[in-house]
Design a protein around this ligand. Structure first.
Ligand code: 5RP
Length: 234
């Protein structure tokens, strides 16, 4: 009688899926260039993977203090975005991504700098696990960075659109972003036309950045799935 070990059929954890897509994103990094780097737990996996090829790149432009510190701790030089006219690629996560590459971002409160670095990049490669893929944006509370004195007005404007907005807190106090502003998170929205929504909300007085990325949508999404990394192109 022979005994055999049953195949390991345990599904990959969300953390393992993030590691997979973080590593897969290396193929989009252009040797000899500066790479745009986002923020969040998935991007942290990418930064760790990027360290294995740090001698092949010039460095990075970062979208947050947290990512800058992680990059520098791994010996990757971080450039000011003002000193880098153009990036070939920006790699970042998302809170939601639809089938056209439109995203909701800002769960890590870094949406403003993320949009800035995305805007200076030729290509946005989104890295995400499959739980982030949605038909319509809006299930994840929409982050909006606002100037503190405009907070109540912005909350009222979202209420008029059927959304319920609240100030994001940290240790019982309003969370303050890397840019010194507040975040409001909005629930109850169905964002059927992301481009029109982003254009409208971006014009409200006091809104610094709305977390809908339609103008700066992804061209590629590396999606971590049970059967491996799936590449979606838009
Ligand atoms: C930070 C972001 C992140 O990309 C988004 O929140 C996804 O984060 P994670 O990879 O931790 O799920 O927009 O502002």
């Amino acid at each position: 009688m022979t005994s055999s070990t049953p195949p390991n059929t345990a599904p990959l954890t969300q953390d393992q899926l993030k590691t997979l897509v973080g590593q897969a994103a290396l193929q989009y990094v252009v040797p000899g260039e500066i790479v745009g780097v986002g923020t969040g737990s998935t991007v942290n996996k990418f930064i760790d993977a990027l360290a294995t090829m740090k001698d092949q790149i010039k460095g990075a432009v970062s979208s947050s203090v947290a990512s800058t510190e992680r990059l520098q701790a791994l010996g990757i030089q971080v450039f000011d975005s003002n000193d880098v006219p153009r990036l070939s690629v920006y790699i970042d996560g998302a809170d939601e991504i639809d089938h056209h590459g439109n995203m909701v971002k800002g769960g890590g409160a870094a949406l403003t700098r993320e949009k800035i670095v995305a805007a200076q990049s030729d290509r946005f490669v989104c890295i995400a696990d499959e739980s982030k893929l949605v038909k319509t944006l809006g299930a994840f509370p929409l982050p909006v960075e606002v100037i503190p004195m405009a907070t109540q007005r912005v909350i009222a404007q979202f209420a008029a659109k059927g959304g319920k907005a609240s100030i994001r807190l940290k240790d019982g106090q309003p969370l303050v972003t890397d840019n010194g502003q507040y975040i409001v998170d909005v629930t109850g929205l169905q964002i059927a036309d992301p481009l029109a929504f982003e254009a409208e909300v971006s014009q409200w007085p006091g809104v610094v950045t709305v977390g809908v990325f339609a103008f700066q949508r992804a061209q590629v999404c590396l999606l971590g799935t049970a059967s491996g990394v799936k590449t979606l192109t838009f």
